[in-house]
Design a protein around this ligand. Structure first.
Ligand SMILES: *[C@@H]1O[C@H](CO)[C@@H](O)[C@H](O)[C@H]1NC(C)=O
Ligand SMILES: *[C@@H]1O[C@H](CO)[C@@H](O)[C@H](O)[C@H]1NC(C)=O
Ligand SMILES: *[C@@H]1O[C@H](CO)[C@@H](O)[C@H](O)[C@H]1NC(C)=O
Ligand SMILES: [Ca+2]
Length: 321
């Protein structure tokens, strides 16, 4: 009898622990995990994986003239919004996810800058790829993370390498910006959708090609432009005329990830000098108040610079135009 009660109690405790662990897991999964990319081996002279250097747009031997190149560059609409010089507050003293380093609320002095009105679209990314022959890291490494619910049964059956810690994000072979849910899918009817499956390195390459850069985390947060709950279903522009800054897709920023911030005023804060992960902001279409409440201004998450996923894109910024 005593034994039975002990057994039942033990089972209960295990169930409680598992549930708790699951809850935590869920929080993490919604934001995506890092892809385990092979190390770059410079001794092998195999540039394939030394992507950042290899992919530098200027290093591409393309047979189109400078004139055509600059014409192509100009065909990407330069729709940017100016954010004024000023002292702004970023972060929050009421974090929802303390472990993400959402706090504290702190002043940051920013010089004026310009930021893209829209997330970079498939169409504009294609102009860049057409001009430079650029290959994204997902294409080079041969896979990218796709949300479980979007994968066809055929492809799911092929996936053997289930990711134990992130069952909802599966590395799908040949998934890329052109094939967002795997090789049997395409972007034909999604040219005005945000480009996805682009790594931080890919994002930097695109912005650089246009003479732009990624926004810093501080710039991104200031652009968000208002405090409070973000719209869930509709995505009207915010007060600055910037679209989908919250939600739709997560957006890469130039900052390295850290969860420790000074509470004192910084100038043009660019984040820590080094790190292993880059900050992404804004949450995605998969976020929801009850599940992954990260489509908030101060919400942040991280990925290694060579990771890509179906809910992660970017927009560019610039000091001056
Ligand atoms: C890219 O090049 C392809 C092939 O020439 C062309 O069909 C497509 O329209 C181009 N894309 C853009 C956005 O200009
Ligand atoms: C692209 O996908 C659509 C379905 O979304 C399909 O009708 C079309 O045939 C595909 N195009 C190509 C070139 O595979
Ligand atoms: C911020 O950066 C700009 C250049 O981007 C520089 O001119 C300015 O002095 C910096 N401001 C501060 C307060 O550090
Ligand atoms: Ca967004």
């Amino acid at each position: 009898m005593k034994n039975l009660i002990m057994k039942i109690l033990l089972k209960l405790i295990i169930i409680i622990i598992l549930n708790f662990a699951d809850g935590n897991q869920e929080e993490k999964n919604c934001c995506g995990k890092n892809l385990n990319r092979p190390e770059c081996d410079s001794s092998k002279n195999d540039n394939q994986y030394c992507s950042r250097e290899f992919n530098h747009p200027e290093d591409y031997d393309n047979d189109i003239s400078d004139h055509l190149l600059s014409k192509l560059r100009q065909s990407v609409p330069n729709e940017m919004v100016k954010i004024k010089t000023g002292v702004y507050f970023i972060g929050t003293d009421k974090p929802v996810f303390t472990q993400d380093g959402e706090g504290p609320k702190r002043p940051v002095e920013l010089n004026s800058f310009y930021i893209d009105k829209y997330e970079v679209s498939n169409k504009n990314f294609e102009i860049f790829v057409n001009a430079t022959g650029y290959k994204t890291e997902a294409e080079k490494f041969g896979n990218s993370f796709v949300f479980d619910g979007l994968i066809s049964e055929e492809i799911k059956a092929e996936i053997k390498q289930a990711v134990a810690q992130a069952p909802w994000w599966l590395p799908v072979d040949k998934a890329s910006w052109r094939h967002p849910e795997g090789p049997d899918t395409n972007i034909t009817y999604r040219m005005d959708h945000p480009v996805i499956h682009v790594s931080w390195n890919d994002a930097v390459a695109y912005c650089t090609w246009l003479g732009k850069r990624l926004p810093t985390e501080a710039e991104w947060e200031v652009t968000y432009g208002y405090k409070g709950t973000a719209p869930v279903t509709a995505f009207p522009p915010n007060g600055y005329g910037v679209y989908n800054i919250a939600g739709n897709v997560w957006e890469w920023t130039s900052d390295w990830w850290s969860v420790k911030h000074t509470k004192y005023k910084t100038h043009n804060s660019t984040g820590p000098a080094t790190g292993s992960d880059k900050v992404k902001k804004g949450g995605s279409y998969l976020c929801h108040e009850n599940y992954c409440f990260r489509y908030r201004c101060m919400a942040r998450h991280q990925n290694t610079p060579d990771t890509s996923a179906g809910n992660l894109g970017f927009r560019c910024a610039k000091d001056d135009i």
